[in-house]
Design a protein around this ligand. Structure first.
Ligand code: SF4
Ligand code: SF4
Length: 424
């Protein structure tokens, strides 16, 4: 097997980045000529497709891919004309659809008014229809399962990966916007128990949010959704759920339901080759190449551009890939900082087992994965208990890309199960 650590020599610290003082205003990045919106559904149908080349779109317009399915959709962050609607192969061969929109018109063009006509009386169903593709990707589907009622909403002011400061920035600079989002979430869901999850240095600012405050340690991955889910669910009755919104999603939901305008700009942390950080604001769908140009980063042969953080991100295969509603980090790694390939087998050193926050026997798991025994990995080595934190790969002395193997195995088992269910 190919063994290559995902982490460069300039390895990240294993504590989250802290911004004690508000950093400079995020840089505004505009797309040069076109944007690409990714929709999470395969473009296999020939009939019932609502979007086609040549269609004019307005800024803020809700674009639904299929006539009879409201789920694959996007909010256009620009006015323009659809250039193409075509299949897109996502991470782990995920079948998606890419809608490319060529920009037309000026920045201050008029906006679509469909949402404006309903926002004042919006409830959960309007929120699910219009807000699910806002920056931060607010997920309202969790509220639609009567067999697993939501008892707690967690608003995450913490980051999902190292090096990001995206959510912290919003807590530090826009706690009023976070509060509006929390008030709106309380109103449309009826759920009173809302917890704002923050690091210790953010407690004072977070206090004015109107939510309960849950403080987490700065040690990675204490601030991840999975770790918080485990902690909060332990305090609830069985078969009840916790709903998660990032601070950015809460701000976007609050702004949308207060003004009737759908926010379209994504806030993200760019980490340059030299490790310096830059917060930027760019329309969802902006191509990586446009962002690299704005932050003056050139990509040479062998360099790596990663969407997501150093522990959990994925390298892009084209600079024309877009940022999506949940891209919190864009990282550029210099080829000189990337480790060499390694063929050193697992030495059974046990470091991965010691570091795993959910106590998976990772060394055993690696043996199953190496042998391609994915179902056994699920049955005997807790494959699906893995929270994808990447710590095992980080500490692995053999530089085995454990996280990528785990992702591959989960994907393979899920595909197998789906095929079995379909044939049952
Ligand atoms: S990525 Fe590795 S360390 Fe993290 S939970 Fe999964 S097995 Fe454990
Ligand atoms: S850290 Fe790497 S080498 Fe050590 S036991 Fe785990 S997989 Fe094997």
């Amino acid at each position: 097997m190919i063994k290559r650590s995902f982490i460069g020599i300039t390895a990240p610290r294993l504590t989250y980045e802290v911004i004690e003082e508000a950093p400079a205003e995020p840089m505004t990045v505009r797309p040069a000529k076109r944007i690409t919106l990714l929709m999470d559904a395969p473009m296999e149908k020939t009939s019932g497709v609502l979007l086609k080349s040549g269609d004019a779109v307005q800024k803020g317009q809700r674009l639904q891919l299929f006539e009879n399915n409201p789920v694959p959709c996007a909010i256009s962050p620009v006015a323009g004309k659809i250039e193409s609607v075509e299949p897109f192969l996502g991470i782990m061969e995920r079948q998606m659809t890419a809608v490319v929109i060529a920009l037309e018109g000026s920045e201050d063009q008029s906006r679509d008014t469909e949402f404006k006509n309903v926002f004042k009386s919006a409830g959960l169903s309007e929120a699910d229809r219009f807000l699910r593709e806002l920056p931060g990707r607010p997920d309202f589907s969790v509220f639609t399962r009567p067999d697993r009622p939501v008892k707690t909403i967690a608003v995450m002011g913490t980051e999902q990966d190292l090096t990001a400061v995206t959510q912290q920035y919003l807590i530090g600079t826009n706690i009023a916007g976070v509060k509006t989002g929390i008030d709106v979430l309380r109103k449309i869901t009826g759920i009173q128990n809302i917890q704002l999850v923050v690091y210790p240095h953010m407690v004072q600012v977070a206090g004015s949010s109107g939510a309960g405050i849950k403080t987490v340690d700065l040690q990675y991955p204490a601030g991840s959704t999975d770790m918080i889910r485990m902690a909060l669910k332990a305090k609830q009755e069985e078969n009840t759920e916790v709903a998660f919104f990032t601070a950015e999603a809460a701000v976007a939901v609050g702004a949308a339901l207060q003004t009737g305008e759908l926010p379209v700009d994504k806030l993200l942390t760019v980490v340059r080759k030299d490790g310096t950080r830059q917060l930027i604001k760019a329309p969802v769908g902006t191509h990586v190449s446009d962002i690299l140009e704005a932050v003056r980063q050139s990509v040479e042969a062998g360099d790596r551009v990663v969407l997501g953080g150093p522990m959990t991100g994925h390298a892009v295969f084209s600079l024309e890939q877009p940022i999506t509603t949940d891209t919190d980090i864009l990282m550029i790694q210099d080829h000189a900082d990337l480790p060499e390939f390694s063929d050193i087998p697992c030495t059974n050193c046990g470091s991965c087992v010691r570091v795993c926050p959910v106590n998976i026997p990772v060394n055993e798991l690696v043996r199953y994965l190496d042998a391609g025994e994915y179902e056994q990995a699920a049955e005997n080595a807790s494959l699906f208990a893995c929270i994808d934190c990447g710590l095992c790969a980080y500490v692995c002395e053999s530089r085995i890309p454990i996280l990528q193997f785990i992702a591959l195995a989960k994907h393979a088992v899920q595909r197998l199960k789906a095929a079995e269910e379909e044939n049952a």
